[in-house]
Design a protein around this ligand. Structure first.
Ligand code: CTP
Length: 413
């Protein structure tokens, strides 16, 4: 099905990357309307955008032969803004309408996806973080910047993810035949709660092309994220290497790759959340010194020795943190007989210190991928307090029932 996508371009160095974004969305068969801000034209000119999109390009509401912002907004199935500068985010947060892009955003009712990009200092500034939080609470989907080399020559968080990655995420917001079923109930017991969910599996680099990973698809965490959003929570999903087409609507996505990235993301977001659900499969070990160049075989050296080190235990760290969230949920993926699975889970519940540990048997066709799940719930002392089985959506709802009860009991105290 052909959709109409507005690609907004902010005035940052990463504006040139939006050309690839436009190309990828067009290549997927959708119509693109590019709306740069006036500052964006300092980086890439109108002619480029018109050639790539095959549509006229304006920056102002009152330009000669200009565009009708209400019409553009009404026809849009998605607005994706890349790069979103600090200034553009501030204007969006304030509800300003001083160019065609902000006016269109204000008039639009479709999903809005933004990829902020700026210097680390600007990204970390409380004003930008606050704007980001408010926009996310209003339903704007934010693709967090990544760490890397910046145009200033510095290195740090603020770099826009590659446009192919943004395109993959953007395309997942467009209507498709493969819609994921929603859980049946529709209550708002989590309204006002800010929930952070980690999902997927971390990748630990061996060299630039190889990594240590695991089989986690992220589906159980995604089901929890989707269900929590439906129940009124403001949801942030820290997504470790999850296929973009699986990512849910209506949640803030923070992409990470490694256990270290995940720990940094969770630590940074901790002051803004009430509930943390650690559904991700985090690697326990990583190569001590990842090779800078691809490891090569040679006749003399047959098998490389890769020294590993332990990764931080994020969940246990959260349980001990002075900023411990009101409700902390962990997972335990275990193999073996039912008794072994429960015994491993009980030991883990006592060791980790989460309010709830969701124990699920994995391996031999169980647990990973698009399969039903079968879990036990353990409290902090390792006592079995319940169980749930069924689709990952069913299990997600059962987990959130428990979370809701824990949050209610902490409020009573
Ligand atoms: N976890 C974490 N940080 C790690 C490893 C795991 O935060 N470095 C979290 C997972 O997200 C999950 C819980 O801890 O919520 C249990 O993960 P699991 O892999 O089952 O347990 P481990 O602590 O790794 O123990 P083991 O591998 O010995 O079973």
């Amino acid at each position: 099905m052909t959709a109409t996508v507005v690609v907004g371009v902010g005035g940052g160095v990463a504006a040139f990357k939006a050309a690839t974004l436009v190309r990828e969305i067009t290549r997927a068969g959708h119509q693109v309307r590019v709306i740069p801000t006036p500052a964006a034209l300092e980086f890439v000119g109108t002619a480029t955008w018109e050639a790539l999109s095959g549509a006229p390009v304006y920056t102002g509401v009152f330009e000669a032969g200009g565009a009708d912002h209400v019409e553009i907004a009404r026809n849009a199935d998605l607005i994706v803004i890349a790069p979103a500068t600090a200034d553009l985010m501030a204007r969006m947060r304030a509800g300003m309408a001083n160019d065609l892009l902000t006016t269109t955003v204000l008039a639009a009712r479709c999903p809005v996806l933004i990829a902020p990009a700026m210097h680390t200092a600007m990204w970390e500034h409380p004003a930008t973080q606050d704007n980001c939080q408010v926009l996310a609470e209003r339903g704007v989907h934010i693709i967090d910047p990544i760490e890397g080399a910046l145009s200033s020559g510095d290195s740090g968080k603020g770099r826009m993810p590659e446009p192919e990655e943004i395109a993959r995420i953007a395309l997942s917001y467009l209507p498709s035949d493969a819609t994921i079923p929603m859980p049946s109930e529709d209550h708002s017991d989590l309204a006002g709660q800010r929930i952070l969910i980690t999902a997927g599996g971390t990748h630990e680099a061996i060299d630039p092309v190889r990594f240590i990973g695991n089989h986690s698809s992220g589906r159980q965490g995604i089901a929890i994220a989707r269900c929590a959003a439906r129940r009124g929570a403001s949801v942030t999903l820290v997504s470790a290497n999850i296929e973009a087409s699986l990512l849910p609507d209506g949640v803030r996505i923070v992409p990470v790759v490694s256990a270290a990235d995940m720990e940094a993301a969770v630590t940074a977001l901790l002051p803004e959340v009430d509930i943390v659900v650690m559904a991700a499969a985090v690697a326990d070990y990583r190569p001590l010194a990842p090779a800078q160049m691809k490891l090569k075989k040679s006749e003399e050296t047959d098998v490389p020795q890769i020294l590993l080190e332990r990764t931080p235990d994020i969940l246990a760290g959260l349980a001990r943190s002075p900023q411990r969230p009101a409700c902390l949920v962990g997972f335990a993926a275990e193999t073996g007989t039912r008794e072994q699975v429960l015994a491993f889970g009980q030991e883990k519940a006592r060791r980790k210190g989460a309010d709830l540990l969701v124990v699920n048997p994995v391996g031999q066709g169980r647990g990973f991928g698009d399969v039903p799940n079968d879990v036990h719930f353990l409290d902090r002392d390792g006592q079995v307090v319940g169980s749930a089985s069924g689709s990952k959506d069913d299990v997600a709802c059962a987990i959130l029932d428990r979370v809701s009860a824990i949050v209610a009991s902490t409020m009573e105290r």
